[in-house]
Design a binder for this molecule. Structure first.
Ligand SMILES: *Cc1c(COP(=O)(O)O)cnc(C)c1O
Length: 498
């Protein structure tokens, strides 16, 4: 694998479009299916409508729904918005309280925030350390005025599967609508939505080898009146989601669902992905301080989320450019919280930051897993060896004095230790150990080069703002460079008397 062709381990972000799906879409666009508006009464329109209804049945079939229970949307984000906002607003006369969880996708959390602005109360249930939401915790959050509960089926970061059957059952008992975001569940294991106490379910084509920009909201028969639309227009999709239906997108979605169903029936495919994931974990777990996120909870086969102790997340990701994956680090921002999902599971900032989400799928091969594991092991070891944590202070240099200057520390965003060999009043040699983001690492290396040959009073080469300019460090990271400067000042204070 070359750097220009990174190994794709980001199936939870989006899956590659299956070639058979792309073919189905292309032929739909080329043929008459691409011509008519499915709402038109002439032949072209009726043909487009026919294709859409065929695809609707394929989509419904994958989840065990009736075709008339499928509302096409632009994806899971829109489906979540429609379900949560639509159901809460429709029920506002009966109550203005919504229950969700702290580990939902932003597509579920942000509509809840929106509802708060509209005067609704929202309770976000915390997960257990395993990442599972206890049905009892959901039950405890229900109030007399609760109208909607929204709990995701499978978490997109950890792959942890929630007990939607139990959660849905207690909602039904209380007459509360239950919505689940199933973007990471549909196509991953067999599911029959009608056999479960689920009223509304979001999913999306691009997480199951279909195209981006098309998804669906399952709306159980009879539930439609309890969901207000977000947009208004030509009345398509029973008025729940008006607008000309995108025939080729829907045909692609249907084709992806047919293939997903076949893959699930083979069963071997889920097994294959699971054993690849276990192979990967087998090669990572032997690294000391590799912690599996979601351990002890049921998880989907394709997602592995691991935190690495003592490794800075952004540097880890930076060093893994041959892999296409996601991490829990909030790259390039000084303030943003790293992965709120892992924080909710009780991981500290550092461990949430140093996590990698490796997600596998239909086109993942064993050789890719082995190459990825080797790259991660190499990078984790390299960063740990560079960190002051692994430093064993040794006695002074041959004939000079050794000056140590340290700043930051364990658990901080920067930890730096400079070690200068001073002879005849000048720096003869300089080495360093550093933990931090890629910019911090680059400036530390640059400084270690620049202090050579300097005296005590000229030790520090200019101001941190100048280093930032020289090495293209974003302003929000200037504070980290101040820590590097502190360590050099410490060296000046400890300068040996001649
Ligand atoms: C990907 C994803 C979404 C967003 O889906 P889009 O189709 O991209 O809008 C929502 N929820 C979960 C759990 C997801 O994984």
């Amino acid at each position: 694998m070359s750097a220009s062709q990174p190994i794709y381990l980001d199936y939870a972000a989006t899956t590659p479009v299956d070639p058979a799906v792309a073919d189905a879409m292309a032929s739909c666009l080329r043929e008459e299916g691409g011509r008519g508006n499915p709402s038109s009464q002439h032949l072209y329109g009726r043909r487009a409508a026919q294709r859409i209804e065929t695809a609707r049945a394929e989509v419904a079939d994958l989840i065990g729904a009736r075709p008339e229970e499928i509302v096409f949307t632009s994806g899971a984000t829109e489906s979540d918005n429609l379900a949560i906002l639509g159901a809460a607003r429709a029920g506002a006369e009966r109550g203005r309280h919504v229950v969700s969880s702290r580990i939902e996708h932003k597509a579920g959390l942000d509509p809840c925030k929106r509802l708060e602005k509209e005067g609704f109360a929202v309770t976000l249930v915390p997960p257990a350390r395993t990442g599972r939401i206890a049905p009892d915790a959901v039950a405890a959050a229900l109030r007399a005025d609760t109208t909607v509960v929204s709990i995701m089926w499978v978490n997109n970061e950890t792959g942890v599967i929630q007990d939607v059957a139990a959660i849905g059952a207690l909602c039904r008992e209380r007459g509360v609508l239950f919505h689940t975001d199933a973007a990471q569940a549909v196509g991953k294991f067999p599911l029959e939505v009608r056999a479960l106490p689920i009223d509304l379910m979001s999913f999306t084509a691009h997480k199951l080898y279909g195209p981006k920009g098309i998804g669906a909201l399952y709306v159980r028969a009879g539930v439609r009146p309890w969901v207000l639309p977000l947009t208004f227009g030509g009345g398509q999709e029973h008025g729940m989601r008006p607008g000309t239906l995108p025939t080729h997108q829907i045909v692609g979605f249907g084709a992806a669902c047919v293939r997903a169903r076949r893959a699930l029936e083979r069963e071997g495919e889920a097994q294959r992905v699971m054993s690849l994931r276990e192979r990967l974990w087998g090669q990572l777990r032997t690294l000391e301080g590799a912690l599996l996120n979601g351990e002890g909870a049921p998880r989907v086969p394709g997602i592995l989320n691991v935190s690495f102790e003592g490794v800075e997340g952004e540097s880890l990701l930076h060093g893994l450019s041959e892999l296409a994956l996601s991490s829990g680090s909030a790259c390039n921002s000084a303030s943003a919280e790293p992965s709120y999902v892992l924080r909710a599971l009780g991981r500290d900032r550092e461990l949430a930051q140093s996590s990698l989400r490796l997600s596998l799928g239909r086109f993942t091969r064993e050789a890719e897993i082995d190459a990825a594991a080797a790259a991660i092991r190499r990078e984790v070891r390299r960063l740990r060896a560079l960190s002051p944590a692994s430093d064993t202070p040794i006695g002074g240099g041959e004939s000079g004095a050794q000056v140590l200057g340290e700043a930051g520390g364990p658990g901080r965003e920067v930890w730096i230790r400079f070690r200068l060999q001073v002879r005849g009043g000048i720096v003869h040699d300089a080495s360093y150990r550093v933990y931090g983001c890629p910019h911090t690492l680059a400036v530390a290396a640059w400084l270690a080069g620049h202090v050579r040959g300097r005296r005590r009073d000229t030790l520090i080469p200019g101001a941190p703002s100048e280093w930032a300019r020289a090495l293209d460090v974003p302003v929000e990271k200037l504070g980290r460079l101040l820590t590097l400067e502190d360590a050099l000042r410490e060296c000046q204070r400890r300068w040996p008397a001649v």
